[in-house]
Design a protein around this ligand. Structure first.
Ligand code: CTP
Ligand code: CA
Length: 230
């Protein structure tokens, strides 16, 4: 890949990034999770570091090596992820929610391994906190960036999340194309944001390696930092 050399674009900025799946325990030996590999969040952390930022990566379980020079906090559940974020977010200039946070957790985690009994069983789930929306509704929020993986109506859902979660930017991709996204080294995304007049803007990022996609997202973030600072 041909990437521009590091030029200190994000020097002096603290970026906090979530990555990977969360695991919601069912009992001591089982959990609910999803197929997130963490590659996109780790690519963002790596590129942000390369562009000069101080980077904190709060990561769910992945197979990936911690990026050099990045502070990594490993967590499992959504509640642990939120607690880790709250411990570091006060000094953040930018928050990027790239984790595939489980929307629900078990209402009660069994203390012992659940034994099979009937032919069917039900697990009761309760909503997890929305980490990105929680950060964005802080008193002095960092610039907040979200991701949206959708199987249909990508633009409509992305715009809805941009507004509802009060984000500066959302990066959306169509995961009905299973050749890219979740576990792939490549990605193709559309960025959505509102300009100063509240008009929805969009920019297509053509299929490329996750490092290049990450750099393009970070350059877009940098353009917002320039116009919102001072
Ligand atoms: N997100 C989060 N905490 C959650 C759920 C989502 O921080 N509990 C973040 C994700 O990291 C992502 C963005 O919110 O940046 C959008 O996640 P997504 O799952 O697409 O949106 P939801 O609001 O959960 O809506 P739905 O799953 O119903 O599409
Ligand atoms: Ca979700």
């Amino acid at each position: 890949e041909l990437l521009a050399p590091a030029n200190g674009l994000l020097t002096g900025k603290h970026l906090v990034i979530t990555a990977g799946p969360t695991r919601e325990p069912i009992d001591p030996v089982r959990y609910l999770s999803n197929h997130s590999s963490g590659k996109m969040g780790y690519a963002l952390a790596t590129q942000a570091k390369r562009l000069g930022a101080q980077v904190t990566l709060v990561s769910g379980p992945t197979q990936l090596a911690p990026p050099a020079g990045v502070k990594v906090i490993n967590v499992e559940s959504a509640q642990e992820m939120l607690a880790a974020i709250e411990s570091v977010i006060a000094t953040a200039d930018v928050f990027i929610g790239c984790a595939a946070v489980a929307d629900y957790r078990l209402a009660e985690v069994a203390g012992q391994k659940i034994k099979k009994q009937q032919d069917s069983m039900q697990l009761q789930l309760v909503r997890n906190p929305d980490i990105l929306a929680t950060v964005a509704s802080r008193v002095n929020p960092p610039l907040c960036v979200g991701f949206a993986a959708e199987t249909q109506n990508v633009a409509g859902y992305a715009e809805d999340k941009l507004k509802r979660k009060r984000l500066a930017l959302i990066a959306a991709n169509d995961v009905s194309d299973t050749s890219i996204g979740f576990n792939s080294d490549d990605n193709a995304m559309t960025l959505y944001w509102h300009d100063a007049d509240g008009q929805l803007c969009q920019r297509e990022l053509a299929r490329a390696g996750k490092a290049q996609i990450a750099e393009a997202i970070l350059r877009q973030v940098h353009s917002f930092l320039d116009t919102t600072s001072s």
